[in-house]
Design a protein around this ligand. Structure first.
Ligand code: GDP
Length: 201
C-alpha cells in the first residue's frame, strides 16, 4: 500500500466522540516506550505524525488519523504506566477497554511488544483479554534492529511459545518491525490493505 495521505483527525478521551464515518479502523497499542510513535511515523513516512512520547501521560487520548482517505489508524494511550496516579490509571484503562468493546469500526488491534523482552504480564493479560472478548489483533514486535539478525526468529518463536502456554490455541498473526531500518513496513501495510479490500468488497 502506498501512503498518499495521512491526516490527523482528532484526539479525545471517549469512544462516543470518535469519528462516526464507517471506515475500517486499526488500533495501535503497547506499553510506554515500546516504539509506537516511531512505528506509526515509519509506516506513514511522516516525521512527526505521532509524537514520540518520552513522558508517560502525554498520550492518554484516543488519536484518530485518516489514511488515504479510506481507513483510520488509531494511536491509543499506552497501558501499564507506572508514573501516573492511581486515579488516572483507572480512567485510562477504562477508555481503552471501552474503545475495544464498543468501537464498531475496529477491524484489528496491533499490540506492540519489544522484541528483546520476554512476554510481560501486562501485555499477556491485555492480549488474553482481547482474545476472551473475541477482538482480532496482531502482535507487532518492535526494535528488531536491536537484535542480531540470526537471533530474531528465535526470540519470536520463544515469545509465541510462551504465549501459547496460556489460553491460546493458535498464535495471533505477528510482524517483526524496526522503525529505524523500516523493517516490516510492507508486510504490515499489505496486511491492512488486504483486510481493507475485503471490507470494501
Ligand atoms: P512510544 O512511547 O511507544 O511511542 O515509543 P517511541 O516511539 O517514543 O520510542 C521510544 C524509544 O525507543 C525512543 O528512544 C526511540 O528512538 C526508540 N525506538 C523506537 N523504535 C525503535 C526501533 O525500531 N529501533 C531502535 N533502535 N530504537 C527505537
Amino acid at each position: 500500500m502506498k501512503i498518499t495521505s495521512a491526516e490527523f483527525v482528532m484526539s479525545n478521551s471517549s469512544v462516543a466522540k470518535c469519528p462516526n464515518e464507517p471506515l475500517p479502523e486499526y488500533a495501535f497499542i503497547g506499553r510506554s516506550n515500546v516504539g509506537k510513535s516511531s512505528l506509526i511515523n515509519m509506516l506513514m513516512e511522516r516525521k512527526n505524525l505521532a509524537k514520540t512520547s518520552g513522558r508517560p501521560g502525554k498520550t492518554q487520548l484516543i488519536n484518530h488519523f485518516k489514511i488515504n482517505k479510506n481507513w483510520f489508524l488509531v494511536d491509543l494511550p499506552g497501558y501499564g504506566y507506572a508514573r501516573v496516579s492511581k486515579k488516572d490509571k483507572k480512567t485510562f484503562q477504562k477508555y481503552i477497554t471501552e474503545y475495544f468493546l464498543k468501537r464498531k469500526q475496529l477491524v484489528s488491534g496491533f499490540v506492540l511488544v519489544d522484541i528483546r523482552h520476554e512476554p510481560q504480564p501486562v501485555d499477556v493479560e491485555f492480549m488474553e483479554w482481547l482474545g476472551t472478548q473475541g477482538i482480532p489483533f496482531a502482535i507487532v514486535f518492535t526494535k528488531a534492529d536491536k537484535l542480531k539478525p540470526g537471533t530474531i526468529d528465535h526470540h519470536v518463536d520463544t515469545y509465541l511459545k510462551k504465549l501459547l502456554e496460556g489460553a491460546w490455541e493458535e498464535a495471533p498473526p505477528h510482524f517483526v518491525t524496526s522503525s529505524s531500518k523500516r523493517t516490516g513496513r510492507e508486510a504490515l501495510l499489505n496486511y491492512i490493505d488486504d483486510i481493507n479490500k475485503d471490507f470494501f468488497a
